[in-house]
Design a protein around this ligand. Structure first.
Ligand SMILES: Cc1cc2nc3c(=O)[nH]c(=O)nc-3n(C[C@H](O)[C@H](O)[C@H](O)COP(=O)(O)OP(=O)(O)OC[C@H]3O[C@@H](n4cnc5c(N)ncnc54)[C@H](O)[C@@H]3O)c2cc1C
Length: 381
């Protein structure tokens, strides 16, 4: 087993880290405060090839392996958890749907523009009454001539209000349960009946708009369906498996940010005549924070390794995401504790890391649902 990063992987990490330190970290508090989608930073990331990291160069992707993609996403999230979600939803979810399930013309038409960063992608699965229970969705796509008429709505869609390409899940056969779900490419600018109802005022993850969408007699042509009718549920599950590795990466990045900040603070803050880093209680906190972040990183890389080798990685991706998201919140919590009263204020980023970390325990499979998945996989082994 070789745990060493390759030259290319180190280069990716260093390039993204430099960009994040110079461009994202100085803007992170402002993004958190204004909750505005940072379009200029997205343009800069597109220039660096960060909007299509894991996809082949023939579709204008960066052609990186999944380790490098996860490393890049962790770095972006170290700067801003919201930016991490923007890139993860755009790439692991929308981009992956097109890459894995799109035909050649759909990839050329839509994936290429996502990878160059010209278009922004979103993945619209969840609904008000169908979160963990995906097959309970009610958005319907009814056959209508050589296309489909879509009616319904989606909730919690990351990038939903700024997206140019939305991969949408809808029921084409309402009586067939999970086998009645199909997926489509929706183009908000072209498709009449696509309505952005609004965006959520969230605890954290600022800068990534989380939108409520409505579809009123929205007609889309048949050639925008991804794969065959009825394949949508399995496509969603496969896509979320890969996505979980990148939510683990987002969590690792936030945990690293919380640790770095707490470490510097502990070395500067003096009480009882010396830096608080001299107290063993503080040292133990830092030791646990680093140990947990490193363990999460290893789980992330193990799941990425299995994905690259095309082996089953459902359990490992769920474990990586479950563990990384929970320790990210724990590490951020200890980061606040190390800052004492200052950690509870907006004068330091410690509280932002905590708010951003919390989200990873909820989306792309809640911790409870992931434990169900892991247990099922364990019992089936
Ligand atoms: C900021 C944000 C961004 C998001 N981005 C997207 C996106 O881009 N695209 C998208 O499609 N969705 C997105 N989501 C939706 C997200 O995936 C759902 O919120 C999540 O799947 C949980 O669904 P729910 O909110 O309806 O909660 P519910 O499913 O109602 O769950 C409520 C509680 O019940 C528990 N629970 C539910 N079922 C079970 C069970 N079987 N066993 C044990 N416990 C259970 C849950 O774990 C949770 O604690 C986003 C959500 C947020 C908050």
């Amino acid at each position: 087993m070789d745990f060493t990063l390759s030259g290319e992987q180190r280069q990716i990490r260093d390039t993204v880290a430099e960009f994040v330190d110079e461009e994202v970290v100085p803007r992170a508090a402002e993004i958190d405060e204004t909750d505005e989608f940072p379009a200029d930073l997205i343009d800069e990331m597109a220039e660096l090839g960060l909007m299509g990291m894991p996809f082949p160069v023939e579709y204008e992707g960066a052609g990186l392996d999944y380790h490098s993609y996860a490393i890049g996403l962790a770095e972006i999230s170290r700067g801003s958890g919201g930016l991490g979600t923007v890139v993860a939803a755009h790439t692991s979810l929308a981009g992956n749907m097109l890459y894995e399930f799109g035909d050649e013309s759909q990839k050329e038409a839509y994936l290429t523009a996502l990878n160059t960063g010209e278009d922004i992608g979103a993945f619209a699965l969840s609904e008000a009454e169908a979160g963990s229970d995906v097959p309970a969705m009610s958005t319907a796509a009814e056959r209508d001539g050589d296309g489909y008429l879509v009616n319904g709505g989606k909730l919690w869609i990351s990038n939903g209000s700024v997206a140019d390409t939305v991969t949408l899940f809808a029921k084409t056969d309402p009586d067939a349960g999970r086998k009645g779900i199909s997926s489509f490419v929706v183009r908000p600018e072209e498709d009449d009946g696509f309505v952005v109802e609004g965006t959520e005022d969230k605890l954290g993850d600022k800068g990534c708009p989380t939108a409520e969408l409505r579809f009123d007699d929205m007609w889309i042509p048949e050639d925008r369906r991804l794969g065959e009718e009825g394949e949508g549920f399995v496509q969603a599950l496969k896509t979320l498996n890969g996505g979980r590795i990148t939510i683990a990466a987002r969590s690792v990045g936030i945990a690293r940010a919380a640790l770095d900040e707490a470490k510097s603070y502990a070395q500067e803050r003096e009480q009882f005549g010396g830096p608080i880093a001299d107290f063993q209680a503080i040292q133990h906190k830092l030791a646990d924070m680093d140990t947990k972040a490193r363990a999460a990183e290893l789980l992330m890389h193990e799941a990425a390794d299995l994905k690259i080798r095309d082996e089953d990685y459902i359990k490992e991706a769920a474990q990586a995401k479950l563990y990384a998201s929970e320790i990210s919140r724990e590490v951020a919590n200890e980061g606040i504790q190390i800052h004492g009263g200052y950690g509870y204020t907006k004068d330091f980023p410690a509280e932002r890391f905590y708010r951003d970390a919390k989200l990873s325990e909820i989306y792309e499979g809640t911790s409870e649902v992931l434990r169900n998945t892991i247990a099922q996989q364990l019992l089936d082994e």
